[in-house]
Structures are given as C-alpha cells and as structure tokens.
Design a binder for this molecule. Structure first.
Ligand code: ATP
Ligand code: MG
Length: 439
C-alpha cells in the first residue's frame, strides 16, 4: 500500500483497540480532580508566542529550543502550547475568573508540543493532565495538589513511584543561592557542558538538573538550596511536609530538584519511577507565586502540576497493571433477509436507547457471516430474525456464553422481555446501572 504520507515524527496515533486505556486513565483523573473540587479548563492549542516566552522563562530548554513557533498569514508569531499552565493562567486573567473569588481550581487534559528528539517517553506531541490552583498562598494548597496527584497513582494501582520534594525559595532568598552556585560552578568552567556554561550566568540552578554525567558529578557537591532559603520559605516548606506526614504520604527531600520551567518558587516536586526507563519523571509541579504577575495580573500565589499521560501508560504497562477491557456488544441482531434486516436495524436502535450496546449488520454479510461476526466481537446475546420470526412476531434470543435460548416477542414488549432475559443471565450490576441512569 502506498500512502501519500505518514504521521509526523514524534507523534503517535491512539487506535480504536487501544483508546480504552486512555479513557480509563483520563476518567480516573477527571474523577479525582472533581473530588478535590477542581473544574475543567480548555484553552486553545496555540497562543501568542510571548505568552510562553514570558511565562515558561527564556532560559528554559522549552523556550530556547523546543517550541513550535511559526508566523501566521497575518504576520503574527504563534506557538503551539508546550505545556498547560501558561494558557490556563492567561484565560483565568483574561476572563476575570478571579472575580468569583479565590481559590480558583482548574484541571486540564491536553495535548502539548515540544520539538525534542523523539524516544521512549519523549514525543513531539504528548499529553498532560494538569491541576492548577490560583490565589492560594497556604502550604495546605501545596499539600492538596501533591495529594491529588498521589491519589491518581493510587487509584490506578501504580506502585514504586517516589515523591521527591524540594523548596527553591522565593526570588529574594534565591538570589543569594544563585550567587553561591555561580561561585561554585565558576571553578569548573572548563568541565561543564556548553548548555550549562550558558546557564551559569542566567540560571545556575538548572545546572543541577543537567543529565550530562560530568555536570551531574560536579553538581553533586554544589551548595544546597535548603541552606539558603529564608525563614518564611522554610516555614512554608515545613508546613507542606507536616501535611504530607499527617496523610502518611512518603517523600524524600531532594535538593537537586529544580524543575525545568523558570516560573517555579518555593515548593517543587516530582513523582519519579524506575520502571519507565530513562524518562522517569511522570509528574512534575510546584508553586509559581510570580507567574500571574509576570502575565500582567495582580500578585496571585498559585501552583500546579503536569502529569505526562504517555509516560504514565508506559509505567502501567511495565508494571503489568490490567486496565479493564471496554464493554462488549450486549445484543447482536441478525437479519436473514432484506425485510428482517430492517427489523433488526430497528431493534438495535431500540436497545441502544437504554445505554446497552447493540449492533446489527452494516456491511452486507450473509446470515452465516453475521453469526461468525457476532462470535468474533464476543456479543453477549444474539437474536436471529427471519421471515418466520417476522410472521409470528417472536424470536429466539440466545445467550452466547451458555448457549441457552429463550423466546421473546418482537413487539412493543421486546425491550422489557430482553431486559429480563439479560438480567437473569448476566451476573452484572446492570440493575443498579439502569436505576442510576433513570436518576
Ligand atoms: P523532562 O525532564 O523529562 O524533559 P520536563 O521537566 O520537560 O520533563 P515538564 O515540563 O515538567 O517536564 O512536564 C511535565 C510532565 O510532562 C513530565 O514529567 C513528563 O511526564 C511529561 N513530558 C514532558 N515532556 C514530554 C515529552 N516530550 N514527551 C512525553 N511526555 C513529556
Ligand atoms: Mg523537557
């Protein structure tokens, strides 16, 4: 087969047979976010470039080399969102969402775009689940979003994932720390990689995060941020730890965690696993008290995290976590000829009205081929309609697992008759499900 083109490098298709895994994970994310009182926010896939230049920080890898930036026909510079925080913050400000009072709690499930070298767990289009809180200076907010991320891993049955936390202080105490770092790294100027050399002046903290072996060896003995943070920042950090302790959530304080984006202040955290491969960070986040001001708003202490869905799915796969299979066809309706196919079509339509899954032939299969197909898709029940059934207005319905057949009417009582056979024959909690649907 010769296609005119293939997908773009670094992008991945999620095919119908696989999408239930995404839906399962997304569903749990939505439910957990809801249980913490968060509501969904959806923002455009592209924004004016300056939004990201200002928010993500112009010393970050993202802004320096990873953004998909292009000029529109109108001559504007726009960028595909590399992360979810900036767009959400822009929208909250633009629409005065803060007029409804603080805190504002929003979550998103969104695609992100970064021009990176594709490898396992690193794509050019990837997806993030994120939670954001605006207007919450208390350390309880930090603890709440960490707990929320933690609860998602718990719900999904993910094991061996460690929470690492750190405080990188506020702009005041960080200035002192930057100086200490500059002094320290200056001694190793000849040994640092080129990227770190360029970081030395503008953002020396990022050197701590470098993946080059030589740089991380040097960084191992660098001054520790926790020795430099001011009393307020220290108190805040102690508060976060107190809450996590109270909840019994295990963590390690890792002073090397600085996060890749420049907007962070005070608390930063990562959930890391060794079961993924090289890209071990599944979730990263922290406090960004200065971001809203940076975007032109009032001082608004805020925080959040982003969780990589692809990495999470790789982790779940590597840990052998079973994701429940999507529901199968409850009733496959077979029509023997043209007339009975119309009746089959109507019956399928009727069954669907009650949220059960029903299918009938849409590809022109013979009777035998329809039987085969019903088997192939694991239909729970089948019903065969031919000229006799049409004439007598009744048909046999067959439980495909037990082989048991029951006769039911093909008139207005059909659906109730089917339902009673269905409930008799399946050990499902369908009754409860139907009850809750009726609400
Ligand atoms: P990394 O150090 O792996 O490059 P990052 O610091 O750039 O990560 P963030 O910007 O904090 O990552 O994004 C949050 C999460 O999004 C990451 O922890 C990861 O799970 C996911 N993520 C980031 N970049 C990619 C990518 N290119 N492909 C897939 N997932 C990604
Ligand atoms: Mg990155």
């Amino acid at each position: 087969m010769k296609l005119i083109t293939n997908s773009i490098k670094g992008t991945v298709d999620v095919l119908p047979a696989e999408s239930y895994k995404w839906q399962f994970v997304e569903d749990i994310m939505r439910k957990q976010a809801q249980s913490y009182g968060f509501k969904e926010i959806r923002t455009p896939v592209f924004e004016h470039t300056e939004l990201f230049n200002r928010s993500v920080g112009d010393t970050t890898d993202v802004v320096q080399k990873e953004m998909y930036t292009f000029e529109t026909k109108g001559g504007e510079s726009v960028t595909l969102r590399p992360e979810g925080t900036a767009g959400a913050a822009r929208a909250v400000l633009e629409h005065g969402v803060y007029n409804d009072g603080y805190p504002i709690k929003a979550y998103y499930l969104t695609s992100c775009y970064r021009y990176e070298k594709p490898q396992k767990g690193r794509q050019r289009e990837f997806h993030q689940f994120g939670m954001e809180v605006y207007g919450a200076p208390s350390y309880f907010a930090d603890a709440e979003v960490i707990c929320a991320a933690h609860s998602i891993f718990e719900r999904l049955g993910v094991r061996n994932i460690s929470l690492e936390i750190n405080s990188i202080g506020c702009p005041t105490c960080r200035a002192k720390y930057h100086n200490a770092l500059k002094e320290y790294f200056a001694k190793y100027k000849t040994e640092l990689c080129d990227t770190c050399l360029s970081r030395l002046d503008r953002n020396p903290m990022r050197i701590l995060d470098c993946k080059e072996q030589k740089c991380s060896e040097i960084a191992a003995n660098a001054p520790t941020v926790l020795d430099y943070i001011c009393d307020d920042c220290r108190e805040h950090f102690e508060g976060v730890k107190k809450c996590l302790d109270a909840e019994g959530i295990k963590y390690t304080v890792n002073p090397k965690i600085v996060r890749g984006l420049d907007y962070y202040t005070r608390t930063v955290f990562e959930f890391v696993s060794n079961d993924i491969g090289a890209q071990g960070t599944v979730c990263g986040g922290g406090r960004y008290d200065g971001l809203i001001e940076e975007l032109g708003g009032q001082h608004t202490p805020s925080l959040g995290f982003g969780m990589g869905i692809e990495r999470l799915l790789i982790l779940m796969k590597n840990q052998g976590i079973e994701i429940p299979k999507p529901p199968v066809c409850d009733l496959y309706v077979i029509g023997m000829d043209e007339d009975s196919k119309i009746r089959a079509f109507q019956i399928a339509e009727e069954v669907r009205k009650s949220s059960l899954i029903s299918e009938c032939d849409i590809v022109g299969r013979t009777f035998k081929a329809q039987m085969k197909y019903a088997n192939k898709i694991n239909a729970k029940f089948i019903i065969v309609i031919g000229s006799n059934e049409m004439a007598e207005n009744k048909a046999k319905i067959k439980n495909m697992q037990t082989g048991k057949e029951t006769e039911i009417p093909l008139d207005e009582n059909f659906f109730n008759a089917f339902l009673s056979v269905y409930i008799d024959n399946t050990n499902s909690d369908l009754m409860a499900q139907l009850d809750s649907m009726k609400g």
